[in-house]
Design a protein around this ligand. Sequence first.
Ligand SMILES: Cc1cc2nc3c(=O)[nH]c(=O)nc-3n(C[C@H](O)[C@H](O)[C@H](O)COP(=O)(O)OP(=O)(O)OC[C@H]3O[C@@H](n4cnc5c(N)ncnc54)[C@H](O)[C@@H]3O)c2cc1C
Length: 311
Amino acid sequence: MLRQVLLAASASQGVRRLITTTPLTRAVVNRFVAGERAADALVAAERLLASGLSVTIDYLGEDTAQPDQAAAVAGEYVSLLELLSAAGLTAGGRAEVSVKPTAVGLGLPEHGAKTAAENITRICAAARDAGTTVTVDMEDHTRVEATLRLVGDLRADFPDLGCVLQSYLRRTPGDCEALAVAGSRIRLCKGAYRAPDGVALAARSEVDRSYARCMRILLDGPGYAMLATHDPRLIAIASTCAGATGREASSFEYQMLYGIRTDEQARLAAQGARVRVYLPYGSDWYGYFMRRLAERPANLAFFLRAVAARG
Ligand SMILES: Cc1cc2nc3c(=O)[nH]c(=O)nc-3n(C[C@H](O)[C@H](O)[C@H](O)COP(=O)(O)OP(=O)(O)OC[C@H]3O[C@@H](n4cnc5c(N)ncnc54)[C@H](O)[C@@H]3O)c2cc1C
């Protein structure tokens, strides 16, 4: 219930104004976001790579409303990739980028799919020059079909373009079967957006069961599996499954969000697993921040306590 309220609030301009202008918000946001500038992301990435982790960097923003703004987002990614490459962080794909389709134009009223495809192509070309990869995030259920089409088309030129699937969607086991082909890179997560019952599983236990099922499909297949979860039970199942299917540690990776379960990130890496941290930066952090609050009511309590202490 609280989750639904927070996800609804993530789309409200009034709540956005209230939260983004509360002075203490910034301190809480800093737990989840590396900073506002690419240089901040670079510093955080260097620190994470030095501790044996990999990163995928997200320039925050979504639902871009103008074509030139969408092109500017692509430009930011191109500059970021040049910066990462110059700092030697992209070697072996240890620092890559994650892109939201609506940030680069998918939701534009005219030629959205074409604009997003052109912008992601620019980003993929820059990533290839830098020796690394791109993963396309999955947004709310209304974007899934267009996003999968976009990724399918771009894979003709960029076969290592990664894509996200969400286990809370009823369709996802089928998508896993279809996409777990040789050379594919699939990130599996539970899903962070609002979705109606018809398209999504409502109970957390069902979402978890679906995650385990999808994970098995990916680990059984020939593609590269990227298991994005902080859930200790699912991580344990992943490790058992990988052992049972004879997966090498280098043929799949765990992924977690910046600032969440950092002890578990370190523990898995110390055991020889590949672990990648999703590292967001930028000033448009509102939607991302609200989804993190929605995932865990304790985060909301922490936020409210910080604001109350200030008052
Ligand atoms: C690398 C990565 C990429 C992602 N990309 C996408 C995407 O493209 N599209 C999409 O819809 N979703 C994406 N997500 C978010 C995902 O869908 C979930 O909402 C999120 O990961 C929480 O689910 P969980 O699997 O960690 O399980 P949960 O059952 O939610 O959490 C398990 C445990 O992890 C910890 N935890 C989880 N979330 C938080 C939090 N916010 N704050 C503090 N502790 C927490 C808690 O200890 C919790 O008990 C991504 C997640 C990751 C890790």
